[in-house]
Design a protein around this ligand. Sequence first.
Ligand SMILES: Cc1ncc(COP(=O)(O)O)c(C=O)c1O
Length: 422
Amino acid sequence: MRRLSEKLALHGGEPTRDTQAHPWPTVGDISGRDFGEEEIELLSEVIKSGTLSRHGGTMVQQFEHEYAEFVGVEHCLAVTSGTAALHTAVGALQLEVGDEIITTTITDMGTVIAILAQNHLPVFVDVDRRTMLMDTAKIEAAITDRTRAIIVVHLFGQPVPMDEVMGIADRHGLYVIEDCAQSHGGKWAGRMVGTIGHINCFSLQQSKQITTGDGGIVVTNDEHLAGRARLFHDKFYDRSGQDRGIDRLGMNYRMNELTGAVALAQTRKLPAILQRRRHTAELLVRKLAQISGIIPPYVHPEATHSWWKLSFQIDHELLGCSTEQFLEALRAEGLPFFTGYAGGLPICACPALAEHRAYGSGQFPWEPPYGRMIEYRAENYPETLWAQQNTFIASWNEGFSEADVADLSRGLAKVAAYYRAR
Ligand SMILES: Cc1ncc(COP(=O)(O)O)c(C=O)c1O
C-alpha cells in the first residue's frame, strides 16, 4: 500500500520547525557569527594603544600579513568595504573613461559600482542556470575593442571556472579581477580564490564567512598593481618617503585599527569557520541528493565551495508543482529558503543602469563621445531570469548544527513527498 504523505503545515499540519521556539542561526547576530574573547582582546589592545589610524598602528598591518598568508599572495591591502576593494582594484588598472568591463548579471551592486565609479561601462554576461555563475562560454561574444577587463564573481562561495576565464583573458589581453566577496577560502582546481586573477577582492561585510561589520581586502601577486592600489586607497599620498606628489585621483578607503583588530581575530578563526560551514552544508547536500524531486546544488568537480549560500532546484515534472507552490509549502514548514537573489532580476535591469542614470540628469559615462549607449534589458538574459525564479536559496553560516540540517532535510523530504504523491 502506498504510504500517505504527512499533512503539510500549509494545509493545517504541524510545521517541521517552530521557528519562534527554535529560530535558525543567522548572520545577523551571534547565533550565526563567531565573535568572542579573541576579538575583544585585540580591540582592547588597540584602545589602550591610543592609535586608531592604520598609520602608526600595527593591527591592520598584521591583519594584511596574516590574510595574505592564508590566501597565499604577495600583497594584501585592507580597505573599508568589498565595494571599496573592487573600486580600488579597478582604479589600480588606470583605464580610460568609456572602457568596458565584462561582468555577470547576478551579483551585488558593489561589483557594478566599482566599474561605474571609474567611468567605465559594465557589460553583462548571462549565467549558467544550474549555478547562477557567469557562463564562461558567453564571455567572448561580449568582448569589443573597448573591453579591458573581466570581473568574475564567485557567487554563493562557488568559484567560476577560472581556467576558461584566464584563457580568454590571455587571448584578448584583458585583466581579470576576481570578486571573492562571497568566497573566502574557496578554491578552483586546488588554487585559492584571489590568487588566479590579476588583482582580486574580498568583503568583510556582516554576512560574509568572516566579518568586521564592514570591511574589504584587495590581494595581488603583481607588485606594480599592488603599489597603485595602495596609493589609490590612500588619496594617492605616497607614504614611501619619496614623495612624488599626488599623481592621480584617489579615495580614502583606509581600514582603521579597530576594524583591523576584529579582522585579524576573524582571520585566525577562518579555517575552523570554513570547516564548520563545509561540514553541515555538505551533509545537507548529501541528504538532498536522496530526496526524489530535489536537484542538489551543482558543484563543479574542480570547485571547492565555501558555502556563503546553499541553493537547490526542483524537478517540476516529477513533483507536478511550481517553484512558487513548493516555496510556499517550505515557508509554512518554517524552512528559511527564498528565491531571487539581490532583487531577483539581472542586476542591469535596475533603473540606474537600464536608464543610464549614474550622475545628475545626463547619461555619462555611456553617452558618446565617452562611451556607448549599451542596452541593459532583462529579456536578454533568459538564463538569469530562469535561475532567479527557480533557485531555492538559504543563507548559510557556521552556526548551523547537524540537528538543524536534520530539520531542513526532514522538511524538504516532507514537502517533496506530498507533491510526488498528489
Ligand atoms: C559579490 C559581491 N560583490 C561585492 C560586494 C560588496 O561588498 P560590500 O558590501 O562589503 O561593499 C558584495 C557584498 O555584499 C558581494 O556579495
